[in-house]
Ligand binder design. Structure first.
Ligand SMILES: Cc1cc2nc3c(=O)[nH]c(=O)nc-3n(C[C@H](O)[C@H](O)[C@H](O)COP(=O)(O)OP(=O)(O)OC[C@H]3O[C@@H](n4cnc5c(N)ncnc54)[C@H](O)[C@@H]3O)c2cc1C
Length: 408
């Protein structure tokens, strides 16, 4: 496989570079650190600017707010935007997960209504899947949907819903048939987050932020027109969302290699430049080699996607490696900072190196090993689908949902 740009791709890359150098916001990191409102305002302004110039959701059709370009061109944008990707994080669930699902299951009218403001960042979306008793075993969810004329009435609780507190819409999986086996009784909707009966309660994390929430549904009405896929076929729709989530996480997160080199370049070990130390160089080489492997796996995945194939187990490999490596890199850098490594757990200590960049990663990176499929679940997928090892034991798969022992 040839990873070099074709002449057309090189020209596209050049136009991305030119547009970014003329339009990218300057000194945004200070403002971004000030809290949710300024960060969201920055993200929305940047996304709107991108959309107005045709640089949002690059591989989406133009009529839905995209550029009508290829997935490879989308990937070129992602390589060139670098750290600016952080400004677009608010829109990841909408664009990478909800958008790609609407693209398959929504009506033409709905696509024209909801996709352009999703691409431009005007409307933000969240993912209402996980519940207190249904995370890895998502098909065990219990939020209940009951048909009432042209509407559905929803009751139940979701948890870990990232961005629910600033989202306009959410994608939602519910149980509409408690007598069917667990994967067959689910129905998928999208919901207006301002609907009466929705209550959002923030959850505080170890890094000091409250990025995700508990979301309660008390007799929330959703019109049947907002159902995506057939009644009882919500699992199939959810799989479209989940495949895109994992593929997105694997390609969205970038290596910290540049920041690490910058910081290590200012350090000494036994009076000599740290970067000349053999053990340190070996560790950095290990990080580099595994990131290069992930990069090549991502290229293979994109090459498959651009030929119309689904993203396969590659997305599990990328996510598995990246999540662990981000944690290892942060811990390594904090060790290297010696006593200063304990400064700036919340990024507000003026003496902290790089404004607590690695400390922030240290506290944020464990979440990545759980979100979008935990390490163990990804290993199960690789064991079963790639290595063809015997499948995990799933005794409840064919039982009617009501007969599965639950303790509730
Ligand atoms: C930062 C973050 C953001 C998130 N955002 C969202 C969101 O926006 N929307 C949303 O719906 N959800 C979200 N989630 C939830 C996420 O999808 C779940 O946390 C995840 O699927 C794991 O589910 P759980 O927390 O219920 O853990 P469990 O499924 O209870 O797992 C507990 C432990 O058991 C292990 N385990 C479970 N089953 C198996 C098995 N079969 N074999 C081996 N080990 C197993 C797991 O690996 C884990 O270590 C988010 C999570 C995080 C961390």
């Amino acid at each position: 496989m040839n990873f070099n740009d074709s002449p057309a791709e090189a020209a596209f890359r050049q136009s991305v570079r030119e547009w970014l150098s003329a339009n990218a916001p300057q000194n945004w990191k200070e403002e971004f650190k000030k809290g949710l409102s300024p960060a969201l305002a920055l993200g929305k302004a940047w996304q709107a600017k991108r959309a107005a110039a045709g640089w949002a959701c690059i591989h989406w059709p133009q009529k839905y707010g995209g550029r009508g370009a290829s997935l490879i061109e989308q990937a070129i944008w992602e390589q060139e935007e670098g750290e600016l990707a952080r400004l677009s994080g608010f829109f990841f669930i909408g664009q990478q997960m909800a958008g790609t699902t609407l693209m398959v299951y929504a009506t033409e009218e709905q696509k024209k209504r909801y996709l352009p403001p999703m691409a431009s960042g005007e409307e933000v979306w969240c993912q209402l899947f996980s519940e207190p008793g249904a995370g890895s075993d998502l098909a065990g969810l219990r939020t209940k949907a009951v048909r009432d004329g042209d509407d559905w009435i929803i009751n139940g609780q979701k948890i870990w819903t990232s961005g629910a507190h600033y989202s306009d819409y959410g994608i939602l999986v519910t149980r509409s048939d408690f007598n069917a086996p667990k994967h067959l009784g689910l129905t998928y909707f999208f919901v207006d987050m301002k609907s009466p009966g929705i209550e959002v309660k923030p959850i505080k994390q170890i890094n000091g932020n409250a990025d995700f929430n508990e979301v309660y549904f008390n007799d929330v009405r959703i019109p049947d027109t907002q159902r995506l896929g057939r009644e009882g076929e919500g699992w199939k729709v959810a799989l479209t969302t989940l495949m895109n989530e994992r593929a997105g996480i694997g390609t969205f997160y970038k290596s910290n290699f540049k920041q690490m080199l910058a910081e290590l370049g200012n350090m000494t070990i036994d009076g000599k430049p740290a970067l000349e130390d053999k053990a340190l160089r070996a560790q950095m080489a290990d990080f580099y080699v595994s990131m290069s492997g992930v990069r090549n796996i991502n290229f293979r995945m994109m090459s498959d996607l651009s030929k119309g194939k689904h993203s396969g187990p590659e997305s599990s490999v990328s996510k598995l490696i990246i999540a662990k490596q981000q944690q290892d890199e942060a811990a390594f850098m904090m060790d290297m900072q010696n006593y200063a490594g304990i400064l700036a757990a919340t990024g507000d200590d003026e003496d902290a190196s790089q404004q607590g960049y690695f400390q922030q990663w240290f506290f944020s990176s464990p979440a990545l090993r759980i979100a979008g499929g935990s390490d163990e679940i990804l290993r199960n997928i690789l064991a079963e689908r790639v290595l063809k090892l015997p499948a995990d034991i799933r005794v409840d798969k064919d039982l009617p949902f009501t007969e599965i022992p639950s303790g509730v």
